[in-house]
Design a binder for this molecule. Structure first.
Ligand code: IPE
Ligand code: IPE
Ligand code: MG
Length: 258
């Protein structure tokens, strides 16, 4: 039985890699994987294509990676899709990204329902165009009772803006006398972030090789294991993700202890 099972799983991997899905320890999977999906523009530039083409190919990678995480059994997947700073890109690029996002939300709704995936969003949602907000609301409402996996899109997201919003909310409660400033602790802060009720990421991946955080989940990544790969996001695939999960399982997480 084992042999057939192994063979079947192996054949799912399209290209050879040093780690396969069946080698992962199912008891040591990360609960939360967060990804800074970077490199769409460079992927396009290398091929003398428009940056938008890179974003289109990038959205295909999103589909593959969501599917793979569901298959592996990752409970929470957060994808950094658009930052508060990305609003400063040329209007045509921002519009193309918003159109792609709307298309993605509409086309993936049925698959999310079929695969028991709940869609959530973090960020300054009020800044998104109404068409995108509507598509988001629809898919979030339709999938709200799904519980096998949470797909969390970081949209118009900035870690500093999130912290500012949290401080305002906490300060407001203190002013109203609903909380004692001396009682403010890390748990209370976490409860006022966009990510309340979501565990901190165990793994943070950034594609395209940049060694920076770019305002992503500043509070939550305190003890995340970081993986930076030179692969551009449109080229990122299942094999590389499995390889990262395999490396993660070999890391010793100490959380400041000995
Ligand atoms: C990531 O790819 C997607 C978004 C930030 C929306 P980029 O568009 O940043 O690609 P590069 O970094 O220019 O290659
Ligand atoms: C980070 O990528 C934001 C997203 C992936 C959505 P950027 O391309 O915007 O980051 P910088 O400009 O390289 O720091
Ligand atoms: Mg970039």
């Amino acid at each position: 039985m084992n042999a057939t099972k192994k063979k079947r799983k192996k054949s799912l991997n399209s290209s050879p890699s040093s780690a396969s899905l069946s080698e992962l320890d199912a008891t040591q999977l990360p609960a939360h994987l967060a990804i800074i999906m970077d490199g769409n523009g460079r992927w396009a530039k290398k091929r003398l294509l428009n940056r938008i083409m890179g974003h289109e190919r990038g959205s295909d990678t999103v589909r593959t990676i969501v599917r793979t995480c569901r298959e592996i059994g990752i409970r929470y997947l957060t994808l950094y899709a658009f930052s508060t700073e990305n609003w400063q890109r040329p209007k045509t690029e921002v519009e193309a990204l918003m159109t792609l996002l709307k298309k993605f939300l509409k086309s993936e709704k049925s698959e999310m329902l079929q695969n028991d995936i709940r869609l959530r969003v973090i960020g300054q949602i009020h800044r998104l165009p109404s068409g995108v907000r509507k598509a988001l609301e629809e898919t979030m409402t339709a999938t709200r009772d799904n519980s096998s996996m949470d797909l969390i899109l970081a949209l118009s997201y900035g870690g500093r803006a999130e912290i500012v919003d949290m401080v305002q909310a906490v300060a407001d409660k203190a002013r109203q006398g609903r909380i004692d400033p001396q009682a403010i602790n890390a748990e209370m802060i976490a409860d006022h972030l966009y990510t309340r009720e979501i565990p901190d990421p165990d793994i943070l991946i950034r594609t395209s090789g940049e060694m920076r955080i770019s305002n992503f989940l500043l509070w939550q990544i305190a003890y995340s294991e970081i993986f930076i790969t030179p692969t551009l996001w449109p080229d990122f695939n299942k094999d590389e993700l499995v390889q990262i999960l395999n490396d993660f399982q070999g890391r010793e997480r100490r959380f400041g202890k000995v």
